[in-house]
Design a protein around this ligand. Structure first.
Ligand code: ADP
Ligand code: MG
Length: 359
C-alpha cells in the first residue's frame, strides 16, 4: 500500500531521515515507534505530503506521490493535539473534513452521522465540542479524518494526551475500528507497549533511521540489536564470542552461561561485533530436584526484590562479574531465595538472542 524507498530528509544541515525503506501492506495496522526526536512525525508527514523530501520515493497504492499535494493523496491525518474547534458543534467539527467537497446539506448530515457512528458517537452531532471529554474529542477527530474515507489513516500520537485508563480503552477501540474498516492505519507512538499491543508490524526508529521492522513478537523475542532489545524493556546484555559460523547460525560462547547456537541477525556483516541478550523471564531459578531445562549454570543471589506477582533476583553467574536479573512468577509452592544463596539457573538456547553490538 505504501512503499518508502531511500528517503532522505534534511532540516537545514540536520539529517532528519536517513535512508528510510519501508513497505506498509494494505489493511495493516502499522506503527512507527521510537524515542522523541527520532523522526517519526517527519516520516508520517512525508507520507501525508506535508513534508518535502531531499531524495527517495513515496509510493501509495502503486502510484508515485512525487508532486502530489497532501489534499490529493488517499491519506488523512489525525494530529497529536486533536485540533477540535471548541466553539463548533460535534457535527460541524466532523463536517469540517468535507469542507472542500461542496456537498449538499442532506448528504453532509448523512455522512457526518455515518462517521460518528463508526467511532461510537452516534447521536452526538448537536453537542458542543467544548463539553466533550478528552476521549470523546479524540473520537471526533477520528470521525473527521474518516469522513473522506481515506485508504490510509495516519495517526500522530493520537492517545498521548489521555490518561492511562482511557488510553488503554482507546487502544483497543482503535484496533477494533481498524479491523472493522479494513483500511491501513499508520500510528506514530513513543510507547513500546502501545506499539506492541496494537500493531501487526512495527518499524523501530532511532535518529532518523529504521533500526528494525518486524512483528511485535519478533521485536520482543528476536531483537536484532542491543539498542532495540533495550528499548523493549529489561534485557540482560552479556559478552558473546562467536566460535563457529554455520550458515546463519553461530555457535556462541556467552559470558557466564556457556555455549549456545544462536541465529545471526540479518543485518550483520563481517565487521559486526555481537553480544548476547537474555530476558529476565527467559531464565528460571531451579528448585532442588527440578531439571526441566536443557542447560544449567551456577549463580549466586545478590539482591531480591519481591513485587507481588513476580520476584526479581539479581544474580551473578560463576566466573562473571556482570549482574543479571532473573524474574520468577510467585506460584504458591515456590520458596523465595535469599541474598548470598547459591542457585542453579535453568535456560536453553532459545532463551538467548545474538545482538548486534552497535554503539
Ligand atoms: P519525533 O516525532 O520522532 O519526536 P520529529 O520527526 O518531530 O521526531 O523530529 C525529528 C528531528 O527533526 C528532531 O530533532 C526535530 O527537532 C527536528 N525537526 C522536526 N521538525 C523540524 C523543523 N520544521 N525544522 C527543523 N528541525 C525539525
Ligand atoms: Mg512526533
Amino acid at each position: 500500500m505504501i512503499k518508502l524507498s531511500n528517503i532522505e530528509k534534511y532540516y537545514g544541515t540536520y539529517h532528519a531521515l536517513r535512508d528510510v525503506n519501508c513497505h506498509i501492506k494494505e489493511g495493516e495496522f502499522f506503527s512507527l515507534l521510537g524515542p522523541s526526536g527520532s523522526g517519526k512525525t517527519t516520516l508520517l508527514r512525508t507520507i501525508a505530503g506535508f513534508e518535502r523530501i531531499d531524495s527517495g520515493t513515496v509510493m501509495i497504492g502503486g502510484q508515485s506521490m512525487d508532486g502530489v499535494p497532501a489534499n490529493m493523496r488517499p491519506t488523512n491525518m489525525v494530529f497529536q493535539s486533536y485540533a477540535i474547534f471548541p466553539h463548533m458543534s460535534v457535527a460541524q467539527n466532523v463536517a469540517y473534513g468535507l469542507r472542500s467537497q461542496r456537498l449538499g446539506q442532506a448528504k453532509t448530515a448523512e455522512m457526518v452521522e455515518e462517521s460518528l457512528g463508526k467511532v461510537g458517537l452516534a447521536g452526538y452531532g448537536d453537542r458542543a465540542a467544548h463539553a466533550l471529554s478528552g476521549g470523546q474529542r479524540q473520537r471526533v477527530a477520528l470521525a473527521r479524518a474518516l469522513i473522506l474515507k481515506p485508504k490510509v489513516l495516519l495517526l500522530d500520537e493520537p492517545l498521548s494526551a489521555l490518561d492511562r485508563k482511557l488510553r488503554e480503552e482507546m487502544q483497543s477501540e482503535l484496533r477494533r475500528l481498524q479491523r472493522s474498516l479494513g483500511i491501513t492505519f499508520v500510528l506514530v507512538t513513543h510507547d513500546q507497549e502501545e506499539a506492541l499491543t496494537m500493531s501487526d508490524r512495527v518499524a523501530v526508529m532511532f535518529e532518523g533511521q529504521v533500526a528494525q521492522l518486524d512483528s511485535p513478537q519478533a521485536l520482543y523475542k528476536r531483537p536484532a540489536s542491543k539498542r532495540v532489545a533495550e528499548f523493549f524493556g529489561a534485557m540482560n546484555i552479556l559478552k558473546a564470542e562467536i566460535i563457529k559460523v554455520d550458515g546463519d547460525i553461530a555457535t556462541t560462547q556467552i559470558e557466564g552461561l556457556g555455549v549456545a547456537e544462536l541465529a545471526i541477525p540479518t543485518d550483520a556483516n563481517a565487521a559486526s561485533s555481537f553480544c548476547a541478550g537474555v530476558r529476565p523471564e527467559s531464565m528460571t531459578i531451579l528448585d532442588d530436584a527440578e531439571q526441566a531445562y536443557a542447560k544449567e549454570t551456577a549463580a549466586t543471589v545478590t539482591e531480591v526484590e519481591y513485587r507481588g506477582e513476580l520476584t526479581y533476583y539479581d544474580v551473578k553467574f560463576e566466573g562473571s562479574d556482570t549482574p543479571v536479573v532473573v524474574s520468577m512468577r510467585n506460584t504458591s509452592n515456590r520458596k523465595l531465595r535469599e541474598v548470598g544463596q547459591q542457585v542453579r539457573i535453568g535456560w536453553e538456547s532459545a532463551s538467548a538472542v545474538l545482538l548486534l553490538d552497535q554503539n
